[in-house]
Design a protein around this ligand. Structure first.
Ligand code: SF4
Length: 383
């Protein structure tokens, strides 16, 4: 598959997705996604732009790794104060551009830590500990990223459309029903090799074309986080950064990333580890995903949680997922997705996966909606 670049001319997306306009009339959407809304409309600088303005006294490349983490912790406090002040008191882009740009910044510290992490990679919970300059781990990626396509996506949730979506090749999951199996599992190294500068060029292009956000997706963006974060150094247009992910990252990766992401779009697929192991070949799924989601939910960052309803998985997955969100993440909007279709290995070998070898029935998605209603979850705006 080659690189596909699709532009939605002018305002055409407004005809295709009028709900992307109307959704902002919903008070709950405006309230829950407030920070994203402000950055989207250039009424506040994105978090990655603020991170560039927090000075680091020392060149991060001169520090030992444990010193770097200490510096990161110190600068994180300064960054939080700055972010809190911007959220409370406002900061226009004009005012932002008048701030001094330090020689070395909080963002540079993150870039350097991530660069070193690849020497014994623990970006995600596989913790392969391979040196990605010479070996590959489960994600099969070295230091380079592969962008298989990028375009203005009009099929995402209404508050996100048009979404400047960048699809990265390869994945750290092996979902047997993957809808993007061509780029995530079969041909992960097609498209263009993209380092930080190339990614920044793509991000800038998408924003100038009218993207409301930059949507990092795959495959899976997490194994590419070092290049994505480094791209922010070269990106000089204001745009919300969106993380569209399976969220199977380590706490350290989440710590590095969470100061830079303006809106989260995580998948919450399974309500237990048995289904996760059988259908996505990952261990400790429930513990890892709930740990990471809890951290984001507690931060108060804008978040839209996606749950793809699978046939015959209401009791084991949909029900516990919705109940966990209800108990732990009331600030989330939820997309309860009904578009499951048996793809990839499931379509090739339906007898092996009889539970999910068909599309969803209407009564199954209605059962999911009824349960969400019973729990008082906000899903109608984005489902
Ligand atoms: S990103 Fe995850 S899967 Fe890839 S090498 Fe690192 S720890 Fe392994």
């Amino acid at each position: 598959m080659g690189v596909r670049v699709v532009s939605v001319e002018g305002r055409l997306w407004r005809l295709i997705r009028p709900d992307a306009i109307y959704v902002w009339r919903e008070e709950r959407v405006r309230r829950k996604l407030e920070w994203y809304y402000r950055v989207m409309n250039n009424r506040a600088p994105a978090k990655f732009m603020l991170a560039k303005k927090v000075p680091a006294e020392t060149d991060p490349r001169d520090l030992a790794t444990d010193e770097l983490w200490h510096l990161h912790s110190d600068l994180r406090r300064e960054f939080s104060t700055m972010l809190h002040s911007v959220r409370s008191n406002g900061l226009t882009l004009d005012e932002y551009h008048k701030l001094d740009t330090p020689k070395h910044s909080f963002l540079d510290v993150k870039i350097e830590i991530l660069r070193r992490t690849l020497s014994s990679c623990e970006l995600c919970e596989w913790r392969c500990r391979v040196n990605r300059d010479v070996k590959v781990g489960v994600c099969r990626l070295g230091r380079e990223s592969y962008v298989t396509t990028y375009f203005l996506h009009v099929g995402e949730e209404a508050p996100l459309v048009p979404s400047g979506t960048i699809f990265y090749g390869s994945c750290n999951f092996r979902c047997v029903f993957c809808q993007n199996y061509d780029i995530s599992q079969l041909n992960p190294f097609t498209g263009i090799k993209a380092g930080p500068k190339e990614l920044a060029t793509i991000e800038e292009y998408l924003r100038l074309e009218g993207a409301r956000n930059i949507n990092h997706v795959g495959g899976e963006p997490t194994p590419n986080v070092h290049n994505i974060v480094a791209s922010f150094k070269y990106l000089n247009v204001n745009v919300p950064q969106l993380w569209n992910s399976n969220m199977y990252m380590t706490p350290k990766t989440l710590e590095l990333l969470s100061d830079l992401i303006d809106i989260w779009l995580p998948d919450f697929k399974y309500g237990n580890d048995t289904c996760a192991l059988r259908l996505s070949a990952v261990r400790r799924y429930y513990e890892v995903i709930t740990r990471n989601l809890r951290s984001i939910c507690e931060s108060g960052d804008p978040i839209i949680i996606r749950h793809l309803v699978l046939p015959n998985h209401f009791e084991c997955c949909t029900k516990p997922v919705l109940e966990w969100i209800s108990e732990n993440c009331r600030n989330a909007l939820i997309n309860i997705m009904d578009q499951y279709r048996p793809e990839f290995w499931v379509s090739l070998n339906p007898k092996r996966y009889p539970d999910i070898a068909r599309r969803l029935r209407r009564d199954e998605i209605n059962t999911a909606y009824e349960h969400a209603d019973k729990l008082g979850l906000d899903y109608r705006e984005v489902s």
